[in-house]
Design a protein around this ligand. Structure first.
Ligand code: FES
Length: 157
């Protein structure tokens, strides 16, 4: 069955689209709202957004796959994105990714069976000043070391 936006989301989408002179210019806020409603932007959601914005599904995919905050598959309650770019790598990101893999029991790109955690490695999070860093959902955590990771994970219930 194809996904459908709830009435509440439809209303919000209309309001967002009305802010732009061309519907397709609203693609990013529309994708964020779509992800909020369905949990991810899979092929079905791409079609839905394409229809809404009068563009081709491939145009939606081009945008949806460019940004790491948009997920093509459902993620766990806590979506951990660890930066593996230059500044963070120089300050030990690889060993922290290994540590997280060991602690949570999943590799980057996987979700725990209880859907609590999804682990992912991403490009620069734009927070090099606090490298090595990661995001959990929309929160930044920087200057990481194993001890700090332990503390952060303990706080996630
Ligand atoms: S390189 Fe990691 S935040 Fe920029």
């Amino acid at each position: 069955m194809s996904p459908e936006f709830s009435d509440k989301t439809k209303k919000k989408l209309e309001e967002i689209i009305s802010r732009y002179s061309r519907k397709e210019a609203a693609i990013l806020p529309v994708l964020h709202l779509t992800q909020k409603e369905f949990g991810c932007i899979s092929v079905e959601e791409e079609k839905l957004v394409a229809e809404l914005l009068d563009i081709k599904p491939i145009q939606v995919r081009e945008v949806a796959t460019f940004y790491t905050m948009l997920n093509q598959m459902p993620v766990g309650k806590y979506y951990i994105q660890v930066c593996s770019n230059l500044s963070c790598s120089l300050l030990g990101a690889e060993s922290l990714i290994d540590y997280l893999t060991e602690k949570i029991g999943i590799k980057p790109g996987e979700t725990t069976q209880d859907n609590k955690f999804t682990l992912s490695t991403v490009e620069c999070l734009g927070a090099c000043e606090m490298a090595p860093c990661m995001m959990i959902n929309f929160d930044y955590h920087g200057n990481l070391d194993k001890k700090k990771i332990d503390k952060i994970l303990e706080g996630l219930k």
